[in-house]
Design a protein around this ligand. Structure first.
Ligand SMILES: [Zn+2]
Ligand SMILES: [Zn+2]
Length: 362
């Protein structure tokens, strides 16, 4: 499973690799830790779980457009908490698809930012960090200022994944309680493992950052919830658990319906697309600098793409004789007028004569 890393630089560097091996595996729920036990009866509820997301009545176009495509474009369409979101991330939020890692990382980063804005100190550990902690394969980061200890936070949350299945750990630091959420149901053995790993992590963390050792009396618990009964909704459940836990609205987790899950998918897609980004200072496909490289301008949005197979090959393949180069997103009218005219004003129309040449041809 590809794992999101912090920062756009890493994202950019790995974009080609990431997109070529995109995580499209179907998540199975057959690992040894997951059984078919304890599936709560799903009851119909009129109210969808409240979401910090918009309700979806406005500006649904980018999501609907991307969902209606025949295939992934592997192109950045939004930027959330400094991370680029690709069209395939938004498309992974369609019903019965497995969410990509980036959807979880971006949405949870954003959720944590919202709660920090409300005055709570909430820290997000990305899925590599949290999974490494549970597997005891972590490295404590260098902390320059030990007054900024993670253990001073109110809440630490992160995704713990194994065997292509996502689970969520929420640490209420001040209460010294770990809340473990496994969409398929929590088992005592895995909870014991998590508790023991967390205790070890805290001890190592405190030693490393030289904080007065205060032995926390951690305990672990779970919260009753409707169980996942398919192979593709574990990510959606985890996002819902995180959102409801932070807002203290745990009751509705008992009656999650498939309609709620679908609603959540749409709401998450809309929330991420609030960061819709019209990249102009780099190649809009690979998001890397274009300076000094051979490039080609889209005749509609006027943005420059690398004249390389990864960046334009598929776009060129769709172009008929005598047509100007027009990028994928322009071909589906993804940009609104304001966005697509931004560059037109900056760069008056002057079509390159090499439009019809294929990358690699001289
Ligand atoms: Zn490029
Ligand atoms: Zn374009």
């Amino acid at each position: 499973m590809d794992t999101c890393r912090d920062g756009e630089a890493d994202m950019n560097e790995n974009l080609t690799k990431v997109t070529s091996t995109m995580n499209k595996k179907v998540h199975t729920i057959e690992d040894d830790g997951i059984t078919k036990l304890g599936i709560n009866k799903i009851e119909v509820t009129a109210a969808s779980p409240n979401s910090f997301c918009a309700d979806g009545n406005e500006n649904t176009n980018p999501v609907e457009l991307l969902w209606s495509l025949g295939k992934d474009f592997y192109i950045p369409v939004a930027k959330v908490c400094g991370k680029l979101v690709m069209d395939e991330d938004i498309r992974s939020l369609r019903d019965k698809e497995c969410l990509t890692d980036r959807v979880l990382d971006c949405y949870l980063s954003q959720l944590v930012t919202v709660h920090n804005g409300l005055g709570r100190k909430v820290i997000y550990y990305n899925q590599t960090q949290m999974t490494n902690i549970i597997n005891c394969s972590y490295q404590i980061p260098e902390v320059s200022d030990c007054s900024e200890s993670d253990f001073d936070a109110d809440v630490i949350l992160g995704i713990y994944h194994r065997y292509y299945h996502w689970t969520l750990l929420i640490v209420e630091v001040k209460k010294e309680i770990l809340y473990f959420y496994n969409p398929c149901g929590e088992r005592k053995t895995e909870m014991r493992k998590i508790l023991s790993s967390w205790r070890k992590y805290e001890k190592d963390y405190r030693e490393k950052v030289n904080i007065q050792t205060k032995v926390s009396d951690w305990r672990i618990t779970s919260t009753p919830h409707t169980n996942q009964k398919d192979a593709f909704n574990c990510g959606v459940f985890c996002l819902m658990f995180a959102e409801k836990h932070l807002s203290g609205d745990l009751k509705c987790l008992m009656t999650v319906t498939s309609a709620d899950l679908k609603h959540m998918r749409k709401a998450v897609a809309l929330k991420l697309m609030e960061g819709k980004v019209f990249l102009t200072e780099c190649c809009p496909k690979c998001a890397k600098s274009i300076e000094g490289d051979e490039s080609i301008k889209c005749s509609t949005c006027r943005r420059s793409f690398h004249f390389k197979p990864f960046c334009i090959e598929e776009d060129l393949a769709d172009i008929k004789e005598a047509e100007h180069f027009k990028c994928r997103l322009c071909r589906i009218n993804f940009w609104n007028e304001e966005e697509s005219h931004y560059n037109l004003r900056k760069h008056p129309l002057k079509i390159s004569t090499r439009n019809k040449r294929r990358p690699g041809q001289r």
